[in-house]
Design a protein around this ligand. Structure first.
Ligand SMILES: CC(C)(COP(=O)(O)OP(=O)(O)OC[C@H]1O[C@@H](n2cnc3c(N)ncnc32)[C@H](O)[C@@H]1OP(=O)(O)O)[C@@H](O)C(=O)NCCC(=O)NCCS
Length: 217
């Protein structure tokens, strides 16, 4: 897939539209991106994005041998099972443009952390194919996941992120995620991970806009 530059032009929901410019052309193309529940047949595309995204995002953070040793086949098996999980346990969403999967997000209900508290869900993974970064795909996935969690009565949501993953931390901050004080060591990289948390109250965990922008009341 060629690199994409894009702008989200419709409020996120089940069906989201993106405008994007293919970097190798000068033409503006309109592509409809749909966020939907993954089916087991998506597992291969999800696994490929998972591995590609790790290899780009964690280069220099994780040891090269870890990144080169990632197995698409292993991850495909995992995601095939996850896509078939019981709805009460969580869900995997994909953002797709036609047959092309551009990214995915998985959440668990409740949070897998025993100390997370009652009514707390967990975003277990959110990965976008590197050529599609910063084109609104991650936002569409996150909004769809948060909307679903809120609709199902979850009060807040946590996630774990490598402390040094600045790209993801900027992204999460945009949705109101803040460190809740929990930290742990990630096995493969021996890097610190921090837990972030956002409220799912009406006022929390929606995309925050830059200060100074006019607000509509
Ligand atoms: C983190 C990730 C999912 C974000 O997805 P994305 O599609 O690139 O993000 P979006 O384009 O929807 O960005 C939404 C907003 O997040 C913020 N943001 C996203 N990437 C950013 C960056 N590199 N720097 C600063 N802010 C950023 C911006 O506010 C952006 O809005 P804007 O483009 O209108 O300014 C994606 O970068 C990714 O897959 N990274 C690698 C995997 C990873 O680290 N996953 C998290 C594991 S814990």
């Amino acid at each position: 897939m060629p690199p994409m530059l894009g702008t989200l032009i419709r409020p996120p929901g089940e069906h989201v539209q993106l405008h994007y410019v293919l970097a190798h052309t000068t033409s503006l193309q309109v592509v409809e991106v749909t966020v939907r529940r993954a089916v087991p047949e998506d597992a291969s595309a999800i696994a490929q994005i998972h591995v590609r995204s790790w290899q780009v995002a964690y280069r220099g953070v994780m040891p090269d041998e870890v990144l080169e040793g990632l197995s698409v086949v292993q991850r495909e098996q995992f995601w095939r099972g996850a896509a078939a999980m019981e709805p009460e346990a969580g869900a995997v969403f994909v953002a797709a443009s036609g047959a092309d999967v551009l990214g995915f997000c998985a959440f668990a209900t409740p949070s897998r952390d025993a100390d997370a508290g009652a009514g707390v869900a967990e975003i277990g993974a959110i990965y976008v194919d590197p050529p599609a970064w910063r084109s609104g795909v991650g936002r569409a996935l996150m909004e769809a996941a948060l909307t679903e969690l809120r609709r199902n009565g979850w009060r807040s949501v946590t996630l774990w992120v490598l402390a040094k993953n600045r790209r993801a931390r900027e992204f999460y901050a945009r949705f109101g995620f803040e460190p809740d004080g929990a930290e742990m060591r990630e096995d493969r990289s021996r890097q610190n991970e921090v837990r972030l948390r956002a409220s799912l109250d009406a006022s929390g965990a929606t995309e925050r806009h830059d200060p100074g922008l006019p607000r509509q009341n």
